[in-house]
Design a protein around this ligand. Structure first.
Ligand SMILES: C[S@@+](CC[C@H](N)C(=O)[O-])C[C@H]1O[C@@H](n2cnc3c(N)ncnc32)[C@H](O)[C@@H]1O
Length: 422
């Protein structure tokens, strides 16, 4: 083990990362077997990595492999079973001890070397042919662990080396969901509770706290209405064409490429008539090897809404309030942006600007109604960038702008059940 000063994840935009806080906020959860088990239980994830390794043994046989963030050691063990000569399995947390035990129990201690330490600081005795890692967070980039993989690649991958996975994509699509109503109810419940609290505090303790109503409401809005949620959507809840908003080549991407994402896309509503409640974001990764040394069998791991193959990543849903009524004539022109939170480089802030257009006169009324709803809603927290205005012929445009945060919580702490379809 050695030290490295410039490999601190996320440091370039947010300044140096406080390692103690990062360990307390982020790494600590990975030290628990219950959390590793959640990932090991994810059949879609496990099958994809298993098939990627064992259907492409030519990338592993006799080769040196680096597993970035080995956790329980599963990917390192598979790499060794597929014929690797040497596997370096790096893990920042005490999970490394369980990984070492597991490696020994499977009699692979001569091939797999578990190293406890931060990937940015570990020094290996040689460069490697393959880097394998399961680094993907919610909506791909939450956790910012890909920074560590990039750092490992730039330091330890041979010029001819292969990345597992080799490519990643992020997707966004408009959705409908009953969860949007539940969140509004939760918010209103929190405010009702606040008003009861105000009365009690005044009656029993003689202090009027009503001056704090506004900041409390802002805080609760942010929590209930402006924070993105984990959800396992049914494909029927996707109401318009999904768009790829980012493509990452894991062999060449830099941290700068993922610090800030900007994308513009259009999406045609494909369902009649329905409620447009917000957007869902998900990702897929591919195992393709590299152009000069391709996979024998390309494997895909997708976290898209699926009727029966959900993953522990689910999808991130970004709601606005209240929902809008749309139909198949509606077209959305969307500007998406995502940056890292200034307070925590492993969390993201996401903004959507949406222009909703519709050529039919008949729909003028419906959309206008939605627009008034937005303007009159005290909890909407949407800034209506520009209200309805006549554009070409009878086409109408509504622009809305909303901002949302990606939560820190793990899915097991959130509502994991699939919500009833609208
Ligand atoms: C998503 S888990 C994957 C665990 C295991 N590879 C698997 O597929 O089941 C990511 C693991 O990487 C570890 N990790 C994240 N960043 C790291 C870093 N910079 N250095 C070492 N380990 C890291 C975490 O502690 C965690 O155990």
């Amino acid at each position: 083990m050695g030290s490295r000063t410039n490999g601190v994840a996320g440091g370039s935009i947010n300044g140096p990362v406080d390692k103690g806080a990062d360990f307390a906020n982020y790494f600590c959860t990975y030290a628990f077997l219950y959390h590793q088990k959640e990932m090991l239980n994810d059949r879609v994830r496990m099958d994809a990595y298993y098939n990627a390794v064992f259907k492409n043994k030519h990338h592993f046989q006799g080769k040196t492999v680096l597993d970035v963030g080995t956790g329980s050691g599963i990917l390192a063990i598979w790499s060794a079973q597929a014929g690797a000569r040497k596997v370096y399995a790096v893990e920042a947390t005490k999970m490394s001890e369980h990984a070492r035990t597991l490696v020994q129990a499977n009699n692979l201690q001569d091939v797999v070397e578990v190293i406890e330490g931060s990937m940015e600081e570990v020094v290996l005795p040689e460069k490697v042919d393959v880097i394998i890692s399961e680094w993907m967070g919610y909506f791909l980039l939450r956790e910012s662990m890909f920074d560590s993989v990039i750092c490992a690649r730039d330091r330890w991958l041979k010029p001819t080396g292969v990345m597992y996975p080799s490519h990643a994509r992020m997707w966004v699509a408009p959705i409908r969901s009953g969860l949007v109503d539940q969140k509004k109810i939760d918010y209103e419940g929190a405010m009702d509770d606040w008003y009861g609290f105000l009365e009690d505090t005044k009656d029993y303790y003689g202090v009027d706290m009503s001056v704090l109503t506004k900041p409390f409401s802002v805080e609760q809005e942010k929590y209930y209405l402006q924070t993105s949620l984990w959800n396992n959507l049914h494909p029927d809840q996707v109401i318009g064409t999904p768009a790829v908003i980012k493509v990452i080549d894991c062999l060449t991407a830099s941290v700068n490429d993922i610090l800030q994402l900007e994308s513009s896309f259009s999406s045609a509503i494909s369902m009649v008539p329905t409620r447009f409640c917000g957007f869902a974001g998900w990702f897929d990764v591919h195992f393709r090897g590299r152009t000069e040394d391709p996979a024998q069998q390309e494997i895909e791991l997708t976290t898209a809404p699926s009727p029966n193959n959900g993953t522990h990543w689910g999808q991130q849903v970004f709601f606005f309030h209240p929902p809008l009524h749309v139909d198949e004539e509606t077209n959305l022109n969307v500007s998406f942006s995502m940056i890292r939170s200034k307070e925590n480089h492993r969390l993201m802030e996401v903004e959507f600007d949406v222009k909703i257009s519709k050529p039919s006169d008949k729909e003028h009324f419906d959309l206008s109604f939605c627009c008034l709803n937005i303007l009159s809603s005290p909890v909407a927290n949407l800034s209506l960038v520009s209200s309805f205005r006549e554009c070409s012929k009878s086409a109408l445009f509504l622009q809305l702008h909303f901002k949302t945060w990606i939560l820190v919580c793990m899915p097991s702490m959130l509502v994991c059940s699939r919500y009833a379809l609208d």
